[in-house]
Design a protein around this ligand. Sequence first.
Ligand SMILES: *[C@@H]1O[C@H](CO)[C@@H](O)[C@H](O)[C@H]1NC(C)=O
Ligand SMILES: *[C@@H]1O[C@H](CO)[C@@H](O)[C@H](O)[C@H]1NC(C)=O
Ligand SMILES: *[C@@H]1O[C@H](CO)[C@@H](O)[C@H](O)[C@H]1NC(C)=O
Ligand SMILES: *[C@@H]1O[C@H](CO)[C@@H](O)[C@H](O)[C@H]1NC(C)=O
Ligand SMILES: *[C@@H]1O[C@H](CO)[C@@H](O)[C@H](O)[C@H]1NC(C)=O
Length: 344
Amino acid sequence: MLSPNLAMSTMAMCATLLLFLLCSPSVAILLTRLQLPSPVMGPESVAFDRNGGGPYVSVSDGRILKYVGPAEGFKEYAYTSPNRNKTICDGLTDFSELQATCGRPLGLRFNHQTGELYVADAYFGLIKIGPNGGAPTQYSQGIHPQEKENSTTFPFLDGLDIDVNTGIVYYTEASSNYRFKDIEALRGSRDMSGSLYSLDPSTNETRVLMRGLALASGVAVSRDGSFVLVSEYLANRIQRFWLKGPRANSSDLFLQLTGRPDNIWRNPRGEFLVAVNGLIGPSPPRRPAIIPGGVRVSENGLILRIMSLIQEFGSEAASEIHEHNGTIYSGSMQASYIPISTII
Ligand SMILES: *[C@@H]1O[C@H](CO)[C@@H](O)[C@H](O)[C@H]1NC(C)=O
Ligand SMILES: *[C@@H]1O[C@H](CO)[C@@H](O)[C@H](O)[C@H]1NC(C)=O
Ligand SMILES: *[C@@H]1O[C@H](CO)[C@@H](O)[C@H](O)[C@H]1NC(C)=O
Ligand SMILES: *[C@@H]1O[C@H](CO)[C@@H](O)[C@H](O)[C@H]1NC(C)=O
Ligand SMILES: *[C@@H]1O[C@H](CO)[C@@H](O)[C@H](O)[C@H]1NC(C)=O
């Protein structure tokens, strides 16, 4: 049975997220929570390795943790800051300047062919981790326009995905005006300085695919590699950039939402799972009430299902939704755990 509160919130979410005639969000049934080692928090992105091991999560103190089972919980797998000092960094939780030294990994995806893990870090840019974890290999920031040629900082990267057939990595720069520590200000802004890039690790050729994005957050490549999706958090929409075919190198609108889209994850059937958070109430700078949720979208942009994640995250935003072995693993920048849920 749904509690009246949950039913109300579910209806509110329905009204917030959707403009559909038929609106019946699924409520994910929370099965269990995988607790992070205290006081670490903010599992923004979720990944599984090619043997089904994990989940791996990117957390607040600059590490990537791997869940190894109920007895041991999460263990350190890798980190993104080349000179990370464990004494200073382990257990870091806030959005402080220290994260600029300790690293803040966000988007995570494995290349299942090579076993390498690619990471979009908010302070250290694009990172590759070898098949056994550990220290990072940092890609240069040579993707930047002229005005940044002398910049000593790396771009504020956010989302990442890999085309399994080509090995090409697609990733977003949330904004070139704001740093991650000012993310609340960025979320309340009208910034349009986000970008979508690609990198071919076999040649290190980088390409700028799109510029002028309104907080570029999630990214996902289609199953056949013909297009890549990018979510624009501040514009409540998902754009599609064509990689192949007659429209190659152009973009169009894939999906307009009425909530804030974050990470996108493509499932093996070719569908996209997008974390979408409804906002109700005051406009920034005051923080609006958040209704966490997500949508399952077909390859053609048809919404197949709407999910509420209120049981999982209360009034905190969801950042990613990931299916694995018939259950849903979701991430959140504010949570201290990974909820595992099923869908009715
Ligand atoms: C790490 O930080 C601690 C505390 O400031 C310091 O004592 C230690 O020397 C540092 N370790 C390295 C390897 O820099
Ligand atoms: C690409 O750049 C990375 C990071 O700098 C480096 O480790 C790798 O060898 C380079 N690969 C090629 C093909 O140049
Ligand atoms: C970058 O630094 C070089 C050498 O100091 C200088 O000549 C150049 O004008 C600088 N570029 C920009 C865009 O500031
Ligand atoms: C798309 O852009 C790439 C890189 O600039 C270029 O190699 C390719 O030929 C272009 N494709 C089309 C169809 O214009
Ligand atoms: C996959 O799900 C099944 C049934 O829910 C469960 O018995 C099994 O342990 C799960 N496997 C893994 C690797 O989590």
